[in-house]
Ligand binder design. Structure first.
Ligand code: XMP
Length: 517
């Protein structure tokens, strides 16, 4: 297993994902972690990430001493390489020119790290690599025992290596896809140099998680808030396989779910897989609590707090529950403060699980804590969950509550569910569903005039929203074909009494958010 020390690079998570994709387990620790934690992790090799600082200043992070005493292979990337060079007796100089973007570097000599890895060869026979660079400082003097393994015009020492110890440094970023051979470089390091086998596969992750859950909870009883979203669904499937009837799930139907969603969750988990699921029909309570409320943030609060109350009431009815399961995943862990030390225990802030009664004193079990989203999806499929469920677009905790503008009413929710189902159905049918990142309908409580046949209609408006995004922080509206939008619009207006107009949202994020509220 590989330990990644984080020096603050925006790409550190990517390093971890690439290593996992190479089939090798890894974790990220903060660079100032205690020596003992590094020793306890017992890494087969270490990767030192890049970072925004400069080693030419004295207050900036340094590599912990334990790293050099373990006697295992090391790979320093950018800042990681500079820190290595400077701490091992070489030097690093600040440079006025910053290099940012694509660069072509020459792989030199026959280092074990870069041997035979190249994008093209020069007429003189040198192997060249197209890489992504992002740095100001550069190594100017090699530390003892190291050779230059790569160079570029602006960085004559763009890579250093000591084949004997298996210690390497590269100025470029192998973890980003712009570095075309990056995955091969990382794979070379973790497989050939560290000697890690590619055993981190879905099957092994499941086996390993099952063994650990069994050991952790023993004969204890576990409670899980099942939402139907990917993370809680995979936790349910995994725990069910690990501990069977010791698991009880609570599924709260708040009346703000998509069409047939509650039935699908019950069909998949309760009927099909035989998981204990308590379905709580709380639609009336949620609608009553939301009555008259038009402010989006207050609506969110009402829905979140009521969820907690309903969940807690159910939990309190259960006898002898010892554990609370949560679908926390690795990015949640990394993103929370202090998490990189591997110690943080974070309660997910959104509405999955709330403030359980003090007296219950539940311990947390979080079987996905070490997994990235794509790994969670893969093991979900392997555990037999339907791919529709696993590949589903994200759905906000407050559900249709933030897609019905202003006051939430049952009549509106019912109209919206039907319009949304038509839109999603056609997206799937025309192979658009997987090409967009999130798509849904929004209910606008304004009436507009229409005509059908001889009749005049004066009914509500539905807005359709579909976006493409990687991280949901920024998004562009999906350029769905006019013919497709035409078809969806006709179906909604013809099939749903109560809707007389359909519009398509062509706002990007920013400035518009993805949801309308
Ligand atoms: P916005 O609307 O902020 O949404 O551009 C970004 C992503 O977050 C989802 N979202 C929520 N998820 N509770 C959630 O669990 C919420 O209150 C919430 N609001 C927005 C949204 O669906 C999109 O994927």
């Amino acid at each position: 297993r590989i330990l990644i020390l984080d020096f603050g690079s925006q790409y550190t998570q990517l390093i971890a994902r690439r290593v996992r994709e190479a089939g090798v387990y890894c974790e990220i620790y903060a660079c100032d972690v205690a020596d003992q934690a590094i020793v306890d992790f017992a890494p087969t090799g270490l990767i030192l990430s890049g970072g925004p600082e400069s080693v030419t200043f004295s207050e900036t992070p340094r590599i912990p001493a334990a790293v050099f005493e373990l006697g295992v292979p090391l790979l320093g990337i950018c800042y990681g390489m500079q820190a290595m060079a400077s701490q091992l007796g070489g030097s690093v100089e600040a440079s006025d020119e910053k290099e940012f973007g694509y660069a072509s570097i020459r792989a030199r000599g026959h280092s074990r790290l870069l041997r035979d890895i190249e994008d093209h060869t020069t007429p003189e026979g040198y192997g060249m690599l197209d890489v992504w660079m992002s740095h100001g400082d550069r190594v100017s003097v090699l530390p003892d025992g190291f050779k230059i393994i790569a160079s570029s015009e602006s960085a004559p020492i763009a890579g250093i290596g000591d084949d004997e110890r298996g210690w390497y440094g590269v100025q470029f970023h192998p973890e980003v896809t712009h570095t075309t051979q990056g995955a091969r470089v990382l794979s070379r390091f973790v497989h050939d140099i560290c000697g890690c086998a590619g055993e981190w596969t879905s099957g092994n992750i499941i086996e390993d998680s099952i063994a650990r859950v069994r050991e952790q909870v023993g004969n204890g009883k576990v409670l899980l808030g099942l939402s139907g979203g990917v993370d809680s669904s995979v936790v349910a499937a995994l725990l069910h396989r690990a501990i069977g009837d010791q698991l009880t799930c609570v599924f709260v139907d708040n009346g703000l779910l998509r069409q047939d969603e509650g039935d699908q969750v019950m069909a998949t988990f309760a009927r099909h897989m035989g998981v204990n699921v308590i379905r709580v029909d709380a639609e009336a309570r949620f609608l009553a609590a939301l009555e008259g409320e038009t402010d989006p943030e207050r609506k969110r609060k009402i829905i979140g707090n009521l969820f907690i109350d309903v969940f807690d009431e159910q939990a309190a009815k259960l006898q002898d529950v010892d554990w609370l399961a949560q679908g926390t995943i690795y990015p949640d862990v990394i993103e929370s403060a202090g998490a990189a030390t591997g110690k943080a225990h974070v309660i997910k802030s959104h509405h999955n699980v709330g403030g359980l009664p003090e007296h219950m004193k539940l311990k947390l079990v979080e079987p996905l804590r070490e997994l990235f989203k794509d790994e969670v999806r893969r093991i979900g499929l392997e555990l037999g969950l339907p791919s529709d469920m696993i590949q589903r677009h994200p759905f906000p905790g407050p559900g249709l509550g933030v897609r019905i503008l202003g006051e939430v009413r049952k009549e509106y929710a019912d109209l919206l569910r039907r319009a949304d189902a038509i839109f999603i159905d056609e997206l799937r049918r025309h192979d658009w569903y997987d090409k967009v990142s999130q798509a849904f309908a929004v209910f606008l409580p304004v009436k507009s005039v229409g005509v059908t046949g001889d009749g005049r209609r004066y009914e509500y408006v539905i807005a359709l929203r579909a976006v493409e995004t990687v991280d949901f922080m920024t998004a562009r509206w999906a350029h769905l074909p006019y013919e497709f939008l035409d078809l969806v619009s006709r179906r909604i207006i013809n099939e749903i009494h109560g809707i007389s107009r359909v519009v398509y949202d062509i706002s990007g994020k920013p400035p518009a958010t993805i949801e309308w509220e």
